[in-house]
Design a binder for this molecule. Structure first.
Ligand SMILES: NC(=O)c1ccc[n+]([C@@H]2O[C@H](COP(=O)([O-])OP(=O)(O)OC[C@H]3O[C@@H](n4cnc5c(N)ncnc54)[C@H](O)[C@@H]3O)[C@@H](O)[C@H]2O)c1
Ligand SMILES: [Zn+2]
Length: 375
């Protein structure tokens, strides 16, 4: 089984974390459960759409229905109320210090499951089984866990890497177009950060991406998508980039900031648009954020204009927006200052792409420069 899988080993916080990618990756679960049986926190959509597969994953470990909690996926999973519910459930399961929480779902359920695992008994084992593209290439890797509180995104969290991330691309077959697009924003981001071959491949497949992702209803699954494009290869390449970045800078003091490409403005637009009629999804907001910073970079002569135009075209082919109405200047500035990733007193540090694989991690951008590239 192993030889059909891609295995990426990371040392995070002095501990080994393995990313295993391939069909049936979930069957590796028993290897990573110290004291069986584990407890399973499962995204409801996944529980409904992939029942047989979940039965298969759980078959390797002794089964107990009490040890499975199915919860609604999406941001609603990351509330203090949900976290409390999970703690109550862990208490009912009598999960001991050597126990394991297995999170199965999108990034939201994994963030919740990881945080619950980090806080229960001061930290129990955690295994992540990501079921969305975004979770496979981003959320499940790197050990960040968080829940939302007080209207803010991710303020309550900690680092608690999964012992193993078991990624099976077959899950992606049921994903609706909206979530494919969201995941593509992070995949394109990762390619720009450090994967020239992935970049070239995505660019080369832009017409297929356009046909499958840009056209068609956002809330429908994308027929034939799994067979049409080399997802497994792409997910593996992107995961390797993220694993490499977080392995070098686990606590985000330096190189990990690269992963914020498009996110500084993205977070602001995500928060701002949430107050209006057409809220931007996270990936959509990051897409606009990336499009704006490549334009700024091209105008400064730091990034070749043809590359900037390619980035914008590729994002468009993935059905992602590349411009957006600007918030009023004062709102934009105050939202930017509220970005929690800013180090106090250091001013806002932006990530500007210069080439594929080369970034300025410490750029400054004036509000006027941003406004020029927003509608
Ligand atoms: N910890 C990190 O480092 C990190 C990094 C990036 C993002 N995140 C977090 O990840 C979250 C976003 O994750 P996401 O994009 O996976 O969204 P999500 O978890 O909200 O899932 C999106 C939707 O897809 C459904 N779904 C999940 N798997 C499915 C499948 N196989 N088929 C059909 N539907 C499925 C879910 O039920 C949900 O409705 C955000 O909360 C974000 O903060 C965390
Ligand atoms: Zn993101």
């Amino acid at each position: 089984m192993r030889d059909r899988s891609t295995v990426i080993e990371m040392q995070l916080d002095g501990r080994t974390s393995r990313f295993i990618l391939g069909p049936l990756a979930g069957l590796e679960l028993p290897r990573y459960v110290a004291a069986p049986p584990p407890v399973y926190l499962v995204d409801r959509r996944v529980a409904e759409l992939h029942r047989e597969w979940l039965d298969g994953i759980q078959a390797g470990c002794p089964r107990d229905p009490l040890r499975v909690l199915v919860i609604e996926g999406g941001e609603g999973a990351k509330t203090p109320a949900r976290l409390h519910q999970v703690w109550e459930w862990l208490a009912a399961c009598r999960l001991t210090r050597d126990g394991t929480v297995v999170g199965i779902g999108g990034g939201a359920v994994l963030d919740l499951a990881g945080f619950a695992a980090a806080t229960w008994n001061r930290g129990v084992g955690f295994v992540a089984i990501p079921t969305t593209l975004l979770a496979m290439v981003d959320a499940a890797i790197g050990g960040k866990t968080a829940v939302n509180a007080g209207g803010l995104k991710n303020p309550v969290g900690c680092f608690h890497p999964a012992v193993a991330v078991l990624a099976d691309p077959c899950f992606l077959g049921t994903l609706s177009r909206r979530w494919w697009r969201d995941g593509m924003a992070e995949l394109v981001k990762t390619a720009i950060i450090g994967e020239p071959r992935l970049w070239a491949d995505l660019w080369g497949h832009r017409e297929t991406l356009q046909r499958l992702l840009a056209d068609g209803a956002a809330d429908e699954p994308v027929g034939g998508v799994l067979g049409a494009l080399p997802w497994r290869d792409w997910v593996g390449r992107a995961a390797r980039v993220k694993a490499d970045v977080v392995g070098r800078d686990f606590r985000e003091s330096g190189p990990r900031r690269a992963l914020n490409l498009g996110h500084t403005l993205g977070h602001v637009l995500e928060a701002w648009s949430a107050r209006g009629e057409r809220p931007l999804g996270h990936g959509e907001a990051v897409s606009v954020g990336m499009a704006v910073v490549v334009r700024v970079s091209a105008e400064r002569g730091r990034c070749p204009l043809p590359l900037a135009l390619q980035v914008i075209e590729l994002l468009g082919c993935c059905g992602l927006p590349t411009s957006w109405p600007a918030p009023p200047r004062e709102q934009l500035e105050s939202l930017l200052l509220g970005d929690k990733k800013q180090s106090a007193g250091a001013g806002l540090r932006w990530v500007l792409p210069e080439r594929i694989g080369r970034l300025d991690l410490d750029a400054r951008i004036a509000t006027d420069e941003l406004l020029r590239w927003l509608d």
